[in-house]
Design a protein. Sequence first.
Length: 321
Amino acid sequence: MFEQNFKNEIIEIRGQKIGLGESKLIKIPIDRLPTGTLIEIPVYIFNGNQLGPTILLQGGLHGDEVNSIELVRRMLIDKSYKIHRGCVIVVPLLNVFGFLNMSRDMHGKDVNRSFPGSKTGSLASRMAYYLMKEITNNVDFAIDFHTGGEQRNNFPQIRYTPEDKKGVQLANIFNAPFMFGSKLIPKSFRNQCYKNNIPVIVYEGGESLRLEEHAIKQGINGTLRVLKHFKMISENIDIPKNTTSIHINKHKWVRAKVAGLFTSVVNNGNQIIKGQILGYIMDTYGETNFSVKSPYDGYIIAKNNFPIINMGDALFHIGKP
């Protein structure tokens, strides 16, 4: 399904050329802090000796999603990017400003709602522009690593664009515990890549501002499966096997019908049945105790870990195969 007109004979980023068998670290300057400190995006390029697909592995599009950053960084440390065929472009941390401020956004703007970006626009818009112009133009497909936000912990899952057959293939190769089609969001990275015929799958695992080992390992193993499938890394690399990914066809957030202190009695990833009690919401004085029940059979693909709940807050994301 993937064409053979590979681009990695020469990879060019920021005017620097990386040929077959070469590796290089390139830092793309974005802006300066008010103190004058230069902020750059480090981009690692690992080009194999043979022609093959070029894949972008990207973490930290949202600055508070540290699990995604650690996942990509750990593969750098473990030398997982020893590429024999094709090319891997690695961006461990895109949103440097958000990371420094422990914030999802960049100066109040979401980079993932700023594509295709502008060379003279806001900081978020400029970052989106340079990502598309300098990096994405080189790639055949991408894996964009994310986490849940606002105390929401996503059980390891892959999201893909239903209209993109190549993206569906990549999702199956990655083989996360769960996978499902997700609508394109205007001005998002995945939407812009789709317009440019670049398949993107989104890995979600863990929550913002926290490291979760299970989600990190699942993300690394899925990435290695993709690299191994395209013969980019050694066939001798041992990757733990997962059961076949559960394909979610319907998903819905269960929301709080009352406010209070929330206690969950099920774990993320659990299989559940319709009417099963998932948790309780009790008022601060212990006078009321409201049961939270599942609307249908399925799996918990995300849950809220924050105990203080207002009416309407999302509690459990339920997926139905």
